[in-house]
Design a protein around this ligand. Structure first.
Ligand code: TPP
Length: 845
């Protein structure tokens, strides 16, 4: 086997290895060769496949007479014919043979249907295996249950047409195409006994995420991880046209996949029983090669080079075994077989007759007994109960979830002697916490990042785990090895998808990315949210570890980059998700970040967005204060304002986000210095969802708590990290929500200084002071002078930043223990600021 694993990657070597492979791995010795399909074996696997196909057609068409006891009538046909036939026979064919392989080898397997629109095929499989009835006792494994199974499919009050969350054994819906290999690779990480069979549709193979995901093999360690067996299902067509890989010269397709490092096995045709024999042999050979690779790596007989993992290309006619020609038009083998090949069954007696013929062609009398139960011939294909693919506990990963062994996050806290005097890179502390999480949980925690672990200051993890890498390394490489478990690949889609597969099978992780480029995988965030939302409705689905997304290198501090890197859009996306899964945290400093991270790593079945920049930033709270603040989610920072909470403030300055917090505290400091009689309340929000009403979100503040922070009527200037509309959306329904004046990112940006970004977006400390004066219900004398001074400061900034290429020193070096803001002696303008204590009524300025 060593030859196979080192340099000689020719198919001849593989073929030779595979030919003798049924006896290669020790634990396969004595097991009948699963590739040898004798007549009895053929009868079993074919019967199971026919049964699955029958049940698939039944789900699409029938609402009564499931066993065709009497000739079908129009009333037996569903009023709405929904579902996808074309992919289904191929999905079931692969499933039937996988079950057979599992029976012979004891292999633990999960099945991933990339073209998840073939949901009826996977529902049929789990019903045949008995798992469906165990999960839903009302759908019995007999004629009555079969009728219910048919009626519920793609029907109101029933189940969706995809391999959705309701399907036992599924962690991959396959609704939005492109993610099947990502989920499969994520699932096998740190799970050495798992085989993930991932069916890739040829239409799906045209998507960008799928095209990127072949690279998974460059990150899978055969000693420590399980294996993914991709089955590229080239049925040639999509919804209404051909597929690129289906039409391409097979030699090119092969070269493409060999170029990614796979050993390609091809099975082509529609002939029966020939296809059974050829596919059984290919699957057995692929499996034996996988086990041989693993045995070699686990036995120490491995030079560390990337193995050539097998991959099967399966070419079948689309809609295989279905109607061939309908109304004189070729259907089988074309795009016309994609959904419902006989569309007019209710209206057209010829179509009804064709449907009947089609269903009878599977010979249901051999497949189901008098009571509609699968016959022993069909059941003979099922693996023992604990190995049935639809019953795999990994398909309900929450049941396998073990809590992380988490250190005390306060041990990584920054010493904060007073608010706003110490500067630090907050994410660096998170990196130190994650280093300990890695050490303590070597089998169930991973960090996923598109090439940014170090640049996002999380590099401490690399002290205990290098980055996973199965391609060659060179002398100059840093922290790369086959033992590494830190995942870096320059694809947000891949990172996101891997983490989903990892968490859905019960492990924990975090995806750290540039804030703006989280939009690359935003659709996956949405789809994963949908999965979690629906899973929460199913009592049998155990909660899984949350999907933690760290958004760093944020909009406000993309100093190296610019406008393309300035986009807080994922917050908007998360706001659209259901309250039971959606969480958005904006820790203002390191100690809050640690507290939030600890919470997120313990949480289940949520999507946690954590937004904080990586640059040095002022620190505000001690570890204890941070814990208390984060537990509340929002609170008054009395030390920052001038109100004592016993009377109504004149104005509330609220903030969410690190840079926004700094600008707000700085604005409050200016007001404190120059208008000390103005009662300014500073409110910081860490958990954005606390702004929602209690009835709208479980984290929402009740009315009393909201009033205690924001009052019922005082004007609120809210400096928000993201797009201003988000805050308006969140406070909708709160008392007098029009009094919230929100400043945030308004799509003004470029490569410039940190303070200039806030100025360009009109959310700088000077803008906030001007807003506060304009909003306050009472104004001390001197307010107008202060407003003018702020305008002068802004004008000065505009000149200064262009001339000096950096921010003004009083901004750049500002801290709460630094020099006070310039006053009358050193202002940039000749006009001075009155320190008058006289008050007059405020109003629009
Ligand atoms: C990302 C995405 N784009 C478009 C669709 C709509 N869609 C559903 S099925 C399908 C064709 C899929 O073709 P293929 O992957 O070859 O599956 P099969 O032919 O086996 O049904 C398309 C385009 C989708 N589900 N996901």
């Amino acid at each position: 086997m060593a030859d196979l694993l080192v340099d000689d990657r020719s198919s001849t070597t593989i073929a030779a290895a595979a030919a003798s492979s049924s006896s290669l791995a020790g634990d396969l010795q004595g097991v009948p060769d699963p590739g040898a399909l004798d007549p009895a074996e053929l009868a079993v696997v074919d019967a199971w496949w026919r049964a699955a196909n029958y049940l698939t057609v039944g789900q699409i068409y029938l609402q009564a007479d499931p066993l065709l006891r009497v000739p079908l009538t129009n009333d037996d046909i569903k009023p709405r014919l929904l579902g996808h036939w074309g992919t289904s026979p191929g999905l079931s064919f692969i499933y039937a043979h996988l079950s057979r392989l599992v029976r012979h080898t004891g292999q633990e397997a999960l099945y991933f249907a990339g073209p998840g629109h073939g949901g009826a095929a996977l529902v049929a499989a789990s019903w045949l295996e008995g798992t469906y009835t165990q999960t839903y006792p009302g759908i019995t494994r007999d004629g009555d249950g079969m009728k219910k199974l048919f009626r519920q499919f793609s029907a109101p009050g029933g189940i969706p047409s995809h391999v959705s969350v309701t399907t036992p054994g599924s962690i991959h819906e396959g609704g939005e195409l492109g993610y099947v290999l990502l989920h499969a690779f994520g699932a096998v990480m740190d799970d050495p006994e798992l085989l993930a069979v991932a069916v890739v549709g040829d239409g799906e193979a045209e998507t960008a995420p799928l095209e990127g995901s072949w690279k998974g093999v460059s990150f899978i360690n055969p000693a420590r991880d399980g294996a993914v067996l991709p089955v590229l299902h080239l049925n040639g067509a999509k919804i209404s046209g051909p597929t690129v890989l289906g039409r391409k010269d097979p030699a090119e397709v092969r070269a493409l996949l060999e170029g990614h490092g796979y050993e390609v096995l091809e099975v082509t045709g529609g002939d029966l029983p020939g296809m059974h024999g050829r596919f059984a042999a290919a699957l057995a050979r692929a499996h034996a090669t996988i086990r041989a690779i693993q045995a070699s790596a686990r036995g120490g007989d491995w030079d560390g080079s990337r193995p050539r993992w097998p991959l099967i290309i399966l070419r079948t006619p689309k809609g295989w075994t279905g109607p061939d020609v309908v109304d004189g038009v070729q259907v089988q083998g074309t795009f016309r077989a994609h959904q419902v090949p006989l569309a007019g069954v209710r209206e057209d007696p010829a179509h009804l007759e064709l449907l009947q013929e089609w269903m009878r062609s599977y010979r249901p009398e051999e497949l189901f007994d008098d009571r509609g139960r699968p016959t022993p011939l069909v059941e003979a294909n099922d693996p023992p109960a604990h190995l049935r693919v639809s019953a795999s506990p990994r398909g309900n990963g929450g049941v396998l979830t073990r809590d992380l062994d988490l250190p005390d996050h306060r041990a990584y806290a920054i010493d904060v002697p007073a608010p706003g005097v110490v500067r630090a890179e907050s994410t660096r502390r998170l990196g130190e916490l994650l280093r300990e999480v890695y050490s303590a949980n070597p089998d169930r925690f991973r960090l996923f990042s598109p090439d940014e672990t170090a640049s996002n200051r999380l590099g401490a993890v690399l002290e205990v785990s290098e980055r996973a890498w199965m391609e060659p390394t060179t002398a100059g490489d840093v922290a790369l090895s086959r033992e590494g478990r830190v995942m870096e690949v320059l694809s947000e889609n891949t990172c996101h998808g891997w983490l989903e597969g990892y968490t859905l099978t019960g492990r924990h992780g975090m995806f750290a990315t540039y804030e703006a480029f989280a939009m690359v995988s935003a659709s996956q965030t949405v789809q994963h949210g949908k999965w979690l939302e629906e899973a929460a409705q199913l009592p049998w689905r155990a909660p899984v570890p949350s999907l933690n997304i760290l958004l760093t290198s944020t909009v406000w501090r993309n100093d190296h980059n610019g406008f393309s890197h300035q986009g807080p859009g994922l917050i908007q996306v998360a706001l659209t998700q259901r309250a039971d899964v959606s969480r958005i945290y904006l820790p203002p400093d390191a100690n809050c970040l640690l507290s939030v991270a600890d919470h997120c790593l313990r949480s289940r079945s949520c999507i946690n967005l954590v937004v904080i920049d990586k640059q040095p930033q002022l620190q505000w709270l001690t570890a204890e204060e941070a814990d208390a603040h984060c537990a509340r989610g929002a609170g008054v920072w009395q030390w920052a304002g001038t109100d004592d909470e016993s009377t109504q403030p004149d104005v509330v300055l609220a903030c969410a986000g690190d840079v926004m917090t700094m600008e707000t505290v700085a604005a409050a400091a200016i007001l404190r210095q120059h208008l000390p009689k103005l009662r300014v309340r500073v409110v910081n929000v860490v958990d954005l969802m606390t702004l929602r009403r209690r009835q709208d979100h479980p984290h929402g503040m009740d009315a009393t708590a909201f009033r205690e922070l924001f009052t019922d009527s005082v004007g609120v200037i809210f400096a928000f990290h993201g797009f201003p509309g988000a805050i308006h959306q969140l406070v909708h329904g709160r008392p007098d929500s029009d009094r919230f004046h929100v400043r945030g990112f308004i799509e003004e940006g470029t490569t410039t200084t940190p303070f200039d970004m806030t100025v360009k977006n009109r959310v700088s400390r000077y803008h906030l002071v001007i807003d506060a004066i304009g909003t306050s219900r009472r104004l001390p004398a001197g307010a107008l002078d202060l407003r003018d001074w702020c305008r002068t400061q802004l004008a000065h900034h505009e000149r200064y930043v262009v001339e000096h290429l950096e921010d003004m020193p009083e901004v750049r070096d500002w801290s709460l223990d630094g020099p006070r803001f310039p006053d009358r002696s050193d202002t940039h303008d000749s006009r001075h600021i009155h320190d008058s204590t006289d008050l007059h009524e405020g109003g629009p300025l």
